[in-house]
Design a protein around this ligand. Structure first.
Ligand SMILES: N[C@@H](CCC(=O)N[C@@H](CS)C(=O)NCC(=O)O)C(=O)O
Length: 342
């Protein structure tokens, strides 16, 4: 690490109220409360996850999570600021206190969760690493990529998985490691690499947004890794971690309970005790989290439940057109399972 980034980290930790192990409990939560805005580290631009629209308004599944956190903290989903972060910078941005939370395609791994001094507050998208190739190559499977040049972005789990996958197949490929996502896409489009590898969802977004004619490229069917993507916070503030965790779980719980952005007001009259507790009609959860009792109501009213958000940004009515698949509710065969709000 160069001395300049070390100084940035130390300064940031001072501003954030303490180092990883030394932060006073609640320091991040208190600082955000006093500032009145949640600062989220997002992708530099991935349609469906986090990207500015034509008016410059950030939109996407990851942006909705950030908005949900602001709705719970302040009763106002607009009390957010977005900091685009690259694969390489993202952890420094969080460690230094430049952002409060990463809501950005970041895979939960043991080393990130421990040695980097971070906590994953949950999983908001179950992904897997895939490959995209030009349709005209006629390649149908990643196993046919022997001898190919494969572009991959530096600082990602993809860089590590790529090597593991082909080593275990005893097939050799030529990795081309690029620092910036734009360079990887440009190299792929220009034919300087035969394939580009990244999280499958990102490739689906790249295909519809960055390939001049999307039908010229195809995402191969293999998913060579598990990429559980979720929000990340620093070690040292359990209350902040709790807020992020339970906002995500509340969005999933609302979908399980059938509470959506369109019916949340009617649901206030529901006789179901679980719904009454969820919406704060019967108080308790707000006090436990240190926020207003209507926190979950505001999340759903202003942002929607997990399915509302998925459908809007990634589902069939969006350009990305992803299936719910693993990201469907557990009751429909997916992995989305709200821990008990009790
Ligand atoms: N989920 C993987 C990959 C995440 C990742 O950083 N992907 C790249 C490729 S889409 C990215 O977000 N790049 C955007 C950038 O660096 O500007 C991880 O956590 O390492």
């Amino acid at each position: 690490m160069n001395p300049k980034s070390l100084v940035t980290i130390i300064l940031g930790l001072m501003l954030a109220g303490g180092g990883c192990g030394t932060a006073r409990a609640g320091a991040t939560f208190d600082a955000i409360k006093a500032r009145g805005t949640v600062v989220c580290g997002v992708h530099t631009g991935s349609p469906g996850f986090s990207a500015p629209d034509a008016q410059g308004v950030w939109r996407g599944l990851d942006v909705d999570l950030c908005r949900g956190i602001a709705a719970a903290m302040f009763g106002d989903a607009n009390k957010t600021r977005y900091v685009p972060t690259t694969s390489q910078q993202r952890f420094t941005a969080l460690q230094s206190g430049e952002v409060d939370v990463l809501t950005r395609n970041t895979t939960l791994t043991l080393t990130r969760d421990t040695a980097l001094g971070l906590n994953f507050a949950g999983v908001n998208f179950y992904d897997g690493q895939a490959f995209i190739v030009k349709t005209r190559l006629g390649v149908k499977s990643a196993k046919e990529l022997g001898g190919a040049t494969v572009c991959v972005q530096q600082g990602t789990t993809g860089e590590l998985n790529l090597a593991d996958y082909f080593r275990s197949l005893r097939v050799s490929v030529q990795p081309v490691v690029l620092e910036r996502i734009e360079d990887g896409i440009a190299a792929f489009v220009a034919g300087r690499c035969d394939a580009f590898t990244a999280d499958g969802s990102q490739l689906a977004a790249i295909r519809v947004s960055a390939i001049p004619n999307p039908d010229d490229a195809v995402v191969l069917p293999e998913r060579i890794s598990k990429e559980p993507l979720g929000p990340v916070v620093r070690h040292g503030d359990d209350q902040w971690n709790d807020i992020v965790r339970w906002v995500l779980l509340a969005m999933i719980e609302a979908e399980e309970l059938g509470i959506s952005q369109s019916n949340v007001d009617e649901m206030l009259k529901s006789p179901n005790p679980a719904i009454q507790r969820f919406l704060g009609v019967v108080p308790g959860f707000g006090k436990a989290l240190g926020v207003d009792e209507r926190w979950a109501y505001e999340v759903i009213k202003q942002v929607g439940n997990y399915g509302d958000s998925f459908d809007r940004h990634l589902g069939k009515s969006s350009p990305v057109k992803l299936e719910r698949g693993l990201n469907d509710l557990w009751t429909r065969g997916g992995l989305m399972y709200a821990l008990p709000l009790r």
